[in-house]
Design a protein around this ligand. Structure first.
Ligand code: MG
Length: 468
């Protein structure tokens, strides 16, 4: 095997997969549904941090003496916060757990010593000038304490939203608008009630397409929480953060990847083959029909990928990838009749979040059906025994009616389609296969054959989700 490590801009900048990180858990008004806590209290902030919530949400008003106060409603214990000095509020208002009502200063000073992020809600004030001052002072206080990197702002108020936009801070709008309306408002993204997303099922895909992070409130039952975990939103605001963390931990991680199988037998121009590979932009390529070392060196170089190769002096198989594997195994396939030796290669990758993934390429005997049958049994058993989610690109040299194919089909799922792949440019049969194992962990989203005359075989491309 030759291992050639080739760097290119493509390799350096491309991450392996396109996959959002798991949703952030936002404790709504802190973690208050727990002993000794209360909404918007310091205790709720500290509890949210201690259970591992990613962020705490809290509500901010400006009092009549320009001091910022943390409370949900405008009226507390009979005092209208915007019309009352903070000193009066501090003296007379107690939260449900006995803490005094908190100033934003106290709240942020406590947050500074914790790891938790902040979802800072500017409340909708009747007086827009006071509201603008509330925005200005809020941003100053966050910036002064070095909390800007872990704070996002939210509001129901269109004027506060516009004001926040002037400072260039991340700001999300709380009531339902269409994606296009939010774009026109210059918003960072939606922070909508879950019902808005239930009623408008096109919103989540559209916000994702626009690259706008999605926040949803207030999600507190197991069913609704799981729905938004599965929708892969960016923030889940919840009154039950422990439940949300538990469900997230129980939800399997997954990675979306693109795999291509390409047999380069008869490829006259490697540039043409590499152009197809670059255009399809796969994460992994299983290759068969490669001939010489200089040839594969060149293919890897112009494709901008790493390549791992197992060959005899006539022909070989390879796996190309955008990242390096953790392990590479070269296999000699059974050959009891001393036909042309056939090879396989298995590369093991770490997709992150403890997801291991085997990518294998095998080329089977052109000369003998019995050998082919044994080879099919050997490679499928090997990959199943490894007990790691796997794809196998196989040049089976046999059709879907053959016994070796029945063997493989019995043990693996199929990612490839029924389309014919050989001989290009006018193929009449299918002898190339892209297989998956197990079906519940390597899930096909889409696959197709790409017409090309770059080789005698047309490549198959599959978009898959690998689960852990
Ligand atoms: Mg709020």
């Amino acid at each position: 095997m030759k291992k050639i490590l080739l760097f290119s801009i493509l390799t350096l900048v491309a991450s392996l997969c396109v996959q959002a990180a798991r949703p952030k858990v936002v404790a709504h008004r802190g973690y208050w549904k727990t002993a000794g806590s209360a909404q918007n209290s310091l205790r709720a902030l500290i509890k949210a941090d201690s259970i591992g919530a990613d962020m705490a949400e809290f509500d901010v008003w400006i009092a009549s003496d320009d001091v910022l106060m943390v409370n949900h409603d405008p009226v507390v214990d009979g005092y209208m916060i915007p019309d009352t000095p903070s000193t009066v509020l501090r003296q007379n208002v107690k939260l449900a757990n006995g803490e005094p009502i908190r100033t934003v200063e106290e709240y942020l000073d406590a947050a500074k010593d914790l790891n938790i992020g902040l979802v800072y809600e500017i409340k909708w004030h009747v007086n827009t000038e006071r509201e603008a001052l509330c925005v200005k002072k809020s941003i100053e206080m966050i910036n002064d304490r070095g909390l800007a990197d872990r704070t996002i702002y939210i509001t129901f108020s269109p004027t506060a939203h516009e004001e926040l936009g002037k400072y260039g801070v991340p700001h999300y709008f709380l009531s339902g608008k269409t994606p296009q309306e939010l774009v026109e408002m210059g918003s960072s993204g939606p922070d909508f009630h879950y019902d808005v997303f239930y009623k408008n099922t096109d919103f989540i895909p559209e916000f994702k397409r626009l690259g706008m992070p999605i926040n949803v409130w207030t999600v507190s039952t197991p069913e609704i929480t799981q729905y938004f975990i599965d929708q892969d939103v960016d923030y889940i605001t919840t009154d039950t953060p422990e439940l949300c963390i538990k469900l997230l931990n129980e939800t399997p991680s997954s990675k979306d990847v693109r795999v291509m199988d390409f047999n380069l037998e008869g490829a006259e121009s490697l540039e043409a083959a590499a152009a197809i590979i670059r255009a399809e932009h796969p994460d992994f390529v299983t290759l068969q029909g490669l001939k010489t070392t200089p040839e594969i060196n060149k293919l890897a170089e112009i494709s901008g990928m790493y390549i791992y190769f197992n060959a005899n002096n006539k022909t070989g198989v390879a796996v190309m990838s955008r990242t390096t594997p953790t392990e590479v195994k070269n296999l000699d396939l059974p050959n009891q009749f001393r036909d042309t030796p056939c090879k396989a290669i298995v590369c093991t990758y770490d997709l992150g979040n403890a997801i291991k993934f085997n990518v294998a390429s095998a080329s089977m005997s052109e000369e003998n059906d019995v050998t082919r049958q044994h080879q099919a049994e050997y490679i499928t058993r090997y990959l199943r025994d490894a007990d790691i989610p796997a794809v196998l690109g196989a040049g089976l040299n046999d059709t879907p009616k053959s016994k070796p194919w029945e063997t493989m089909r019995g043990r693996f799922g199929e990612l490839s389609t029924d389309e014919v792949t050989f001989p290009a440019p006018v193929p009449d049969r299918k002898i190339d296969y892209l297989l998956n194992y197990p079906a519940d962990k390597v899930v096909k989203r889409e696959s197709y054959v790409r017409p090309t005359a770059a080789s005698y075989h047309m490549p198959t491309i599959a978009d898959i989700t690998v689960k852990y």
